[in-house]
Design a binder for this molecule. Structure first.
Ligand SMILES: *[C@@H]1O[C@H](CO)[C@@H](O)[C@H](O)[C@H]1NC(C)=O
Ligand SMILES: *[C@@H]1O[C@H](CO)[C@@H](O)[C@H](O)[C@H]1NC(C)=O
Ligand SMILES: *[C@@H]1O[C@H](CO)[C@@H](O)[C@H](O)[C@H]1NC(C)=O
Ligand SMILES: *[C@@H]1O[C@H](CO)[C@@H](O)[C@H](O)[C@H]1NC(C)=O
Ligand SMILES: *[C@@H]1O[C@H](CO)[C@@H](O)[C@H](O)[C@H]1NC(C)=O
Ligand SMILES: *[C@@H]1O[C@H](CO)[C@@H](O)[C@H](O)[C@H]1NC(C)=O
Length: 824
């Protein structure tokens, strides 16, 4: 098709009025990165719009009734298209014309009443075509599949197919698969199906022809029976006394493999079948989904020969009269031939020892999913006397066997037995020791409710399946074990490697493992494959890092995990803890550096903050910040309480004035209780008490009036806040004498007092309120820098130095008195 035509078609398609419905389709389909679009079961009524690059489109189980010439035009890359299970009544002749790359086309289970050869012209790549179960009565007047040169699989027919004509399959070459549903076939042109050759497998549903027109059935079988082509016949009801007749053709054409599916059989038809196939080289005879209405009396066929019979397979047999069914003994003449017998889901509860002993060639015996118990298994295996001596494989899975001990004893003399499958039984416990044949290599005891394992397990094992039990640990020595399957248990750790040194495959998925390390894996020196998904992984940094490289497909050397690869679904490795990554895929977790070195990070953070605190403390101490803070706070508090007191004072004075009507501004004694507040360090208390107080308070003379001093020791009100006390004392004193010494500068309280004197000055009192007395010569340098107030006072004010020389002291006292009295 040329490009302009394609564009035109595209445009036409775009202008259709049902664009809304088609737009919905985009949402209805799930398309993945591999260009596979899944639009199944979406109630679609039209082919939806989908990405143009789509390569596989599944539209099955919708309600699409028609495919127009334009619906599929844009999807030129399509290789697979399924329209199975829709309501297709009409498909335009050119509907698939643009799909030159189409390989698989499924139009089955629709309402197509006729087929159109136009559909398939140009589908040069088509390999698989399914036209089953549509109501067409014939394939039409013209050959349908002429151009389909690549066709390898063809499925056709349906409930209405009545006629097959000689041209129907013309043009079809070799086929790997031919399936024909022709239960109601009435007319068959001989040779119609003989065109394709070689044929891979053939499946035919020929219910009515087998019942009513065996000639027709024979004609069909004659065209598709070849020695190398496995033949499957479905939906037969073989009741009539002639219904087995067509198998004569099968025998004559030397078919080797025959399977009957969904078939009803009676004693009569079994005998008939054996008679018509007498001497045929049938190797494989299989029955699946069989309803048996007989009682097992088939002895009449005893004279037939079936020495080619190698494999007998029976799956899902329903015996209608189970309690009248005698035994297989009637088939005893057949039992010595097969090497492989499979009887699955056939309600078999016992095989009498008498019958078992007829299986002289038997190597493979599968009795899974039947009704065997300990008792009947013992009978079936002739109580362990070594009947079935050639047996290699015994499969008694999904029965009702309870004793592993007994099972061991029953097979211990089968000295060629290599495989024993006891899975799906109710073993529950394991004895301390058991006996096994020395040849046993493979043991399957999965889904057997085991809670623990014991040395009962044969040490010769190479493959051991213990999946889906209730195991918490595995503690047995199995030196030859190569494959150990333990999924679906409750293991908390990997099994100890030294007990299974030859292990190559280990499956521990869906257990309760939390973590394992490359070292753990390395101890399994020969491990090649590990499957451990679905566990409760604790995603530590090292684990995540290890798994990220291991899952990325890096080889053993890269991961340090020995030679092991993780071969199960990588998405099943999911973190369980820590909480913040719960549910995330192990391979997808990204930890930051902080996450990974949390402890170190926290430790160093603590260290750093501790250091910072220490540094700060040192700094604060060095800069006396605390002192400044305390000072400031005291200062603020003092300021506030000073104001409060002053207000109270003023009010009191105002009241007093009103009462007395006397205003005497010079009356200091009303304002001050003391002449001076003495601020001194405790260490200088001696000087104050020995010299200052006696001199100023007691040594009075005519010109020296006694001065009243306020000393904190003596005059402070007990119980009051010291800052308040200081302030009150200073406020109630006319002057403040600072007794300066090296001790003074060391005392905090003295410093406060100094500062508070400043407060008073600030409040407008005379600057001279402070008198400095130096007990020892003190330079400005001796005063710490932060005593800036003192330093300033010392530089701006004269001070009185306490003379060491006693003769000079009178002069000192005079000066002090003068200062106190306000003289300079
Ligand atoms: C399709 O239709 C049926 C019945 O009308 C409804 O039950 C079902 O949910 C629909 N499915 C979707 C995918 O819309
Ligand atoms: C059986 O089928 C053959 C072949 O199609 C036909 O010729 C014949 O008439 C049929 N017989 C009956 C009894 O329908
Ligand atoms: C089995 O065969 C019978 C006819 O013998 C048919 O009606 C039935 O649909 C078949 N069952 C299956 C599951 O194909
Ligand atoms: C088949 O059965 C019919 C009656 O059901 C009988 O007349 C006929 O003889 C039988 N044919 C054979 C070959 O047994
Ligand atoms: C035994 O039968 C079960 C069920 O059919 C099957 O899954 C299993 O693989 C068989 N075991 C052997 C050893 O063939
Ligand atoms: C063991 O038996 C179970 C159930 O029959 C089956 O699914 C599984 O594949 C068997 N294990 C092996 C290793 O064959």
């Amino acid at each position: 098709m040329s490009l302009p035509v394609l564009l035109l078609l595209l445009l036409c398609g775009g202008q259709r009025s049902d664009g809304g419905v088609r737009a919905e389709g985009v949402a209805a389909c799930r398309c993945d990165a591999g260009h596979v679009c899944d639009c199944t079961s979406r109630n679609l009524t039209h082919v939806p719009w989908i990405p143009l690059l789509v390569e596989a489109l599944d539209l099955s189980h919708n309600r699409i009734a028609a495919v127009t010439a334009f619906d599929l035009v844009p999807y030129v890359r399509l290789t697979a298209l399924s329209l199975r299970g829709n309501r297709l009544r009409s498909v335009a002749g050119r509907a698939f014309r643009s799909l030159g790359r189409l390989e698989r086309l499924d139009l089955s289970a629709n309402q197509l009443a006729s087929l159109n050869a136009d559909w398939f012209t140009g589908l040069l790549s088509l390999t698989h075509l399914n036209l089953l179960d549509n109501p067409y009565r014939s394939l039409g007047p013209w050959p349908l599949f002429q151009g389909l040169l690549s066709l390898r699989s063809l499925q056709l027919g349906g409930p209405s197919l009545e006629k097959l004509q000689s041209h129907d399959l013309s043009g079809v070459g070799r086929l790997d698969v031919l399936e024909l549903h022709a239960n109601h076939l009435r007319s068959y042109d001989p040779g119609s199906l003989s065109g394709p050759w070689p044929l891979g497998t053939v499946t035919l549903s020929l219910w009515e022809p087998f019942l009513t027109n065996q000639t027709l059935a024979e004609a069909v079988l004659d065209d598709v029976s070849y020695p190398e082509t496995p033949l499957t016949l479905c939906d037969l009801q073989m009741y009539g006394n002639a219904s087995a007749r067509p198998f004569a053709v099968v025998a004559r054409r030397r078919v080797r493999s025959l399977m009957l599916k969904n078939t009803s059989l009676s004693d009569q038809t079994v005998v008939d079948f054996l008679e018509v196939t007498d001497g045929a080289p049938l190797n494989i005879l299989a029955f699946q989904d069989v309803i048996f209405v007989g009682e097992g009396h088939v002895e009449r066929a005893r004279k037939t020969r079936h020495d080619g019979l190698d494999t007998f397979y029976l799956r899902n047999m329903q015996i209608v009269n189970l309690y009248r069914f005698s035994s297989l003994l009637g088939l005893g003449f057949l039992l010595r031939y097969p090497r492989q017998v499979t009887v699955i889901g056939a309600q078999a509860f016992v095989l009498p020892c008498l019958t078992s002993s007829l299986f002289t060639n038997l190597q493979y015996f599968d009795l899974s999913n039947n009704l065997l118990t300990d008792l009947t298994l013992a009978e079936t295996l002739c109580h362990g006397d070594g009947t079935l001596r050639n047996l290699r494989v015994l499969n008694v899975s999904s029965n009702a066997i309870k004793s592993l001990d007994l099972a061991g004893r029953l097979v211990t003399r089968l000295d060629r037995l290599t495989h024993l499958d006891l899975s799906g039984n109710v073993l529950a416990s394991m004895p301390g020791s058991c006996s096994w044949p020395a040849s046993l290599r493979f043991l399957n005891i999965s889904s057997a409710l085991l809670r623990m394992v014991t040395p009962c397990l044969p040490s010769t094992l190479e493959v051991l399946d213990l999946s889906h039990n209730d195991l918490r640990s595995l503690d047995v020595v199995l030196p030859r074990l190569k494959q150990l399957l333990l999924s679906g248990n409750k293991l908390l750790t990997l099994p100890p490697s030294w007990k299974t040194p030859s292990l190559e495959l280990l499956v521990v998925s869906n257990n309760a493992l939390s973590i394992f390390s490359p070292d753990d894996l390395q101890t399994f020196g020969r491990l090649r494959e590990l499957q451990a998904g679905g566990n409760n992984f604790l995603c530590s940094c090292s684990f995540v890092a290890f798994m990220a490289t291991a899952l990325s497909g890096a080889t053993a050397e890269g991961t340090g995990a020995g030679g092991a690869r993780f071969t199960d679904d990588h998405d099943s490795y999911v973190c369980d803890s820590p909480l913040w990554v719960r549910g995330e895929k192990v391979g997808g977790v990204k930890f930051s550096l902080i996450d990974c070195h949390r402890l170190a990070f926290v430790a160093s953070l603590c260290g750093v903050s501790l250091l910072a605190v220490l540094l700060l403390a040192v700094l604060l101490r060095r800069l006396h910040v605390l002192w400044y803070l305390r000072m400031m706070w005291a200062w603020l508090a003092a300021n506030r309480s000073a104001k409060r007191r002053r207000r109270r004072h003023d009010r009191k004075r105002l009241l007093g004035n009103n009462d007395i009507g006397n205003d005497d501004p010079g009356n200091d004694s009303l304002r001050f209780d003391y002449d001076a507040f003495v601020s001194y360090s405790e260490q200088d208390a001696g000087w104050v008490e020995d010299f200052l107080v006696p001199e100023l308070e007691e040594n009075s003379s005519s010109q020296n009036a006694p001065q009243s001093l306020c000393l904190h020791k003596r005059d402070f009100l007990p119980g009051k806040w010291i800052v308040d006390n200081i302030l009150i004392a200073m406020e109630n004193s006319r002057r403040t004498i600072f007794v300066l010494s090296s001790n003074f500068v060391k005392s905090d309280w003295c410093r406060y007092e100094l500062e508070f004197s400043h407060l008073r000055m600030f409040q407008g009192d005379q600057d001279e309120a402070a008198i400095l007395v130096l007990l020892e010569p003190l330079g400005e340098e001796d005063v710490p820098r932060r005593f800036c107030r003192l330093r300033k006072m010392m530089s701006s004010r004269t001070f009185l130095l306490w003379p060491q020389d006693e003769q000079c002291r009178d002069e000192f006292w005079n000066s002090l008195r003068a200062a106190l009295n306000g003289d300079d």
